[in-house]
Design a protein around this ligand. Structure first.
Ligand code: TXA
Ligand code: MG
Length: 317
């Protein structure tokens, strides 16, 4: 069901869930201050209740009503908002964001999206929008309205059209007391850009550490298609679909092989825009596996982000 911005605002004010566009991926949005609306997000996604949501606001000024910003957090917000950066900061008790949206944590994840439709919608609303990516829990994120329909059916209201401009979820940084700024999830805003702006290195949180309980979404298997995924392939096996990168094709490829190319010219930005829609397109052909060619090139942070998502897609559920 396609919507106008005022229609979406009305539904959200009534406590309904609406899929909305952002510059990273589509979000499954609801009023962050309404526990019943938040419960619907968790139920629709099949998301475990211990995995907190990002609350989207229109500006840093609004964000400060919900979170406590130290100097570093404020600097990052001033430099990179609106944009693909989520900041995890201590929860401001004056905020109306409900405990369920935060999975009961003493911190809150906040983001100011730059997508003009998301901005226009947030300007019309008197509350923040909690919005996880608009996919079933554990599945590949949605970067086009048809992905949302594939995961949730055609009765879910959807605002916006077309592909998400960046195609990969936001970079998540925590700025909490007594710990250095920490990269919880690499994303389109590159770690090296953040480090350059701060003049200090970021600490890293790895999915294999128990510390990931700091960010419950950092579970190993995530963003995964139905088919098993094989990474860094040099040879294609019978029955496999190919996710190519760069100009060449691997041995074993034939005219019958379901094939998508992330970027024939080897451009990592183009690859990130295409990653989820191509994984979904290949998965829909029910291959025995999706074989992915090695990625290479610059910038290093983009390669790191893509490897993060590919490793999760390849981790058995
Ligand atoms: O680009 C994005 O970030 C998209 C768009 C819709 O904004 N949203 C998104 O949401 O990717 P989601 O729910 O799929 O991922 C949010 C991540 C999860 O890994 C979650 O665990 C983490 O942020 N997170 C949320 N609140 C947190 C908190 N208080 N502390 C640590 N991690 C948190
Ligand atoms: Mg997600």
């Amino acid at each position: 069901m396609a919507l106008s911005t005022p229609q979406a605002a009305t539904l959200l004010q009534q406590g309904q869930v609406v899929a909305i566009p952002t510059e990273t991926v589509y979000g499954l949005a609801a009023n962050a201050t309404n526990p019943a609306a938040i419960a619907q997000i968790y139920a629709l996604k099949g998301r475990p209740s211990h995995n907190p949501l990002i609350s989207h606001v229109v500006s840093l000024q609004e964000a400060e009503k919900h979170g406590v910003f130290n100097q570093i957090a404020r600097k990052l917000a001033q430099l990179f908002w609106p944009g693909p950066l989520t900041l995890v900061v201590p929860f401001n008790p004056a905020s109306g964001i409900c405990a369920d949206a935060r999975a009961g944590l003493p911190s809150v994840a906040l983001r100011v999206p730059s997508h003009p439709t998301a901005q226009a919608l947030l300007r019309e609303l008197p509350f923040p929008l909690a919005a996880p990516s608009a996919n079933r829990s554990g599945h590949v994120s949605a970067t086009r309205p048809e992905h949302i329909v594939a995961d949730f059916g055609d009765t879910l209201p959807i605002l916006g059209e077309g592909p998400s401009p960046l195609g990969i979820e936001s970079t998540v940084i925590s700025c909490l007391p007594n710990s250095p700024p920490t990269l919880l999830r690499p994303g389109p805003l590159l770690a090296e850009e953040i480090e350059r702006a701060l003049g200090q290195p970021l600490a890293h949180s790895h999915a294999s550490q128990p510390a990931t309980l700091h960010s419950p979404g950092q579970l190993a298997s995530h963003y995964a298609p139905k088919a098993p995924v094989r990474l860094n392939i040099t040879q294609l096996h019978a029955g496999e679909a190919l996710l190519a990168f760069g100009p060449g094709l691997p041995p074993g490829h034939s005219a019958q092989t379901p094939t998508q190319n992330l970027s024939p010219s080897g451009n990592l930005l183009e690859a990130s825009q295409n990653l989820y829609s191509m994984l979904r397109a290949l998965d829909a052909q029910n291959p025995t596996a999706i074989a992915i060619m090695p990625l290479y090139g610059q910038p290093a942070g983009m390669l790191q982000t893509l490897h993060n998502r590919l490793t999760r897609a390849a981790t058995p559920k």
